[in-house]
Design a protein around this ligand. Structure first.
Ligand code: IPM
Ligand code: MG
Length: 377
């Protein structure tokens, strides 16, 4: 047993050393890129796995249509990035193969189809999630997920911390005979930047409330820090109320019609954000209806929040995949790079589109849906 303990202690030392280095790197960050100051914005489109290539190819068509003039005059370039597939990732035994990462890094923003994450029992080696790896490699610290149900007065914007918490060392826990230990990491700088993103968003969008959600009564060190730093940041935003909640009661609040429409902006650590954004998306109509933005200072990646639906491909009905979620992500991408006219056009076409995609052969195909959007545009 002594040897196991020694090994675990050594691993913990390595983990701490890396986290200190990560914190130092954050200290040297130079701040957010200004898209208006760029000569050319490069958008990369990654297909991913399963239904990913189908829904992202349709989205690329719409982006090319909406940005036709900008592409012609050289203000925008749209690149199709190949190779972010489970087959290629397994062959290279890398969550994101080096050459694919290099292509991604040659862009400013990425539109990404869902990628398959191997899990225990799958026929593949247990490589890390491509999603999580991309968030880490591109330092995409803010995961922004809006959810709207106008007829119920619901208009939520969820700011999920995207690079820390339980995810940063997800595959680096330690096991001793009969015992498993995972690590959760929260840093001052990591918390401050997500809190600022949430409060800045609130300030710039006429919101007067930001709800901080943790389990600080149990996760005293990490979530305790998260709450304290969010309040520190809140002090610089006098017109905005910051209130704290525990994640358990907040999941109940979101299904309580009496109070849920009073919430506006949420800021929360990674894992709670993962869970609550699926709950929120379900309230809006399902995970297929929600888009997700992963934003850092230099890069940003926009994706559907659902999985790659391998079952649809096995059953030969991939053409019936619903592209709504990735198209919502495309709207966020356009807004992020300051093409708000194109974003509003796509958003309102999505709201008007009468074509119903159900994800099976009873509904329209993905292509028929895009065709109708193109008509509306
Ligand atoms: C999400 C997903 C990912 C996550 C998975 C695919 C790793 O659930 O984007 O919410 O846990 O963050
Ligand atoms: Mg999730």
């Amino acid at each position: 047993m002594e040897q196991y303990i020694n090994n675990a202690v050594e691993q913990f030392r390595a983990v701490l050393t890396e986290q200190i280095a990560r914190q130092q790197k954050m200290e040297n960050d130079s701040g957010a890129i200004d898209y208006n100051a760029l000569d050319k914005i490069i958008i990369g489109v990654c297909g991913g796995d399963g239904i990913g290539p189908i829904i992202s190819a349709e989205s690329e068509k719409l982006l090319r249509f909406l940005l036709e003039d900008e592409v012609k005059n050289g203000k925008v370039e749209i690149k199709t990035i190949e190779g972010l597939t489970i087959e290629n990732r397994i062959e290279k035994n890398q969550a994101i193969p080096d050459d694919v990462l290099a292509q991604i890094k040659s862009c400013h923003v990425i539109l990404k189809g869902p990628t398959t994450t191997p899990q225990a029992g799958d026929p593949w080696p247990n490589i890390e999630s491509a999603n999580v790896m991309m968030r880490k490699k591109l330092d995409l610290f803010a995961n922004v997920r809006p959810v709207k149900v106008p007829e119920q007065g619901i208009n939520w914007t969820i700011f999920r911390e995207n690079t820390e918490g339980e995810y940063v060392l997800g595959s680096r826990g330690v096991s001793l005979p009969g015992i498993a230990v995972d690590f959760k990491v929260t840093t001052d700088l990591g918390t401050r930047r997500i809190a600022r993103a949430a409060f800045e968003y609130a300030k710039n969008n006429g919101k007067n409330r930001v709800s901080i959600v943790t389990k600080a009564n149990i996760m005293k060190k990490t979530d305790g820090k998260f709450t304290a730093i969010c309040h520190e940041v809140a002090d610089a935003y006098p017109g905005i109320t910051a209130d704290d909640w525990y994640i358990d009661i907040m999941t109940a609040n979101l299904v309580n019609p009496e109070i849920r429409n009073q919430f506006q902006v949420f800021v929360l650590p990674n894992l709670y954000g993962d869970i609550i954004t699926d709950e929120a998306a379900q309230i809006q109509g399902g995970v297929g209806t929600a888009g997700s933005a992963n934003i850092g200072d230099r890069y940003a990646m926009f994706e559907a929040i659902h999985g790659s639906a391998p079952r649809m491909i096995e059953e030969g009905i991939g053409a019936y995949a619903n592209p709504t979620s990735i198209l919502k992500a495309a709207v966020m991408l356009l807004r992020h790079i300051c093409y708000s006219d194109a974003a509003e056009k796509l958003d309102s076409a999505l709201a008007k589109c009468a074509c119903v995609v159900t994800g099976d052969t009873s509904g329209a195909t993905c292509e028929a849906f895009t065709d109708e959007l193109l008509q509306l545009l």
